[in-house]
Design a protein around this ligand. Structure first.
Ligand code: SAM
Length: 207
């Protein structure tokens, strides 16, 4: 269930970063919720892409809430330490890997740069509680999680994301996860080749 890897669906992540930085440039605080983050490759991949795009100064305005239901707190510990095996980081494009990781003390381990770690906070959280971990998000990323839920649960969780997004905020899902029909008045589809949506300022009106 926790299958994940760095730079998974890089195509969607790049669209996400481009759209969010364009829409929220000039904001002094950009909140991101990565819901169902597993042990961290997804929020850290996004953080690296944002850092590349925004530059050091603006990147400090980003705040990631990375959440997962995993009960053991193991994911939280992995994310907080930011240490991964070399076969895990092998998928990261080399110039980015060289920039954001350094060798850890243990053999075969790599440690993510403090500048990224400082931006990502893990919370253990069950999406089906429908109690969000925060609000005023510019972006919610929920990939390869909703497929585990019943259709009605999926709609409830997506309505929760809608509530906590800023007007004009973005929602990203995996390529195979379509927005349920009844929620199309709430979100507009942003790009044709990714499941990337934008919260409408008012239901059924363009944002
Ligand atoms: C396949 S992983 C996806 C990881 C990452 N988002 C990606 O796309 O690579 C699915 C994750 O969803 C989490 N998950 C499943 N049910 C959940 C729930 N009710 N609340 C929060 N997370 C949940 C699992 O623990 C797992 O880490």
């Amino acid at each position: 269930m926790a299958f994940t890897y760095f730079f998974r669906d890089q195509h969607t992540l790049e669209h996400v970063v481009e759209q969010v930085t364009h829409a929220f440039s000039g904001s002094s605080r950009i909140r991101v919720w990565d819901a169902g983050c597993a042990m961290g490759p997804e929020p850290y991949s996004l953080a690296m892409l944002f850092a590349e795009r925004m530059g050091q100064f603006a990147f400090r305005n980003l705040h990631f809430d990375a959440t997962d239901v995993d009960g053991s707190q193991l994911f939280g510990e992995i994310i907080a330490r930011g240490v991964y095996d070399d076969d895990v980081i092998g998928r990261i494009p080399q110039p980015i890997r060289d920039k954001y990781f350094r060798k850890a003390d243990a053999p075969g381990k790599w440690e993510i740069h403090e500048r990224l770690r400082a931006r990502v906070r893990f919370h253990r959280h069950d999406l089906l509680s429908l109690a969000p971990v925060g609000d005023e998000y510019a972006l919610v990323v929920c990939k390869n999680v909703l497929l585990h839920f019943q259709p009605a649960e999926r709609v409830d969780v997506l309505r929760m994301y809608h509530r906590v997004l800023l007007p004009g905020g973005f929602l990203a899902m995996e390529q195979t996860q379509k927005l349920p029909e009844e929620l199309t008045p709430l979100f507009e589809h942003v790009v044709g080749d990714a499941q990337l949506y934008r919260k409408r300022a008012r239901p059924d009106t363009p944002s």
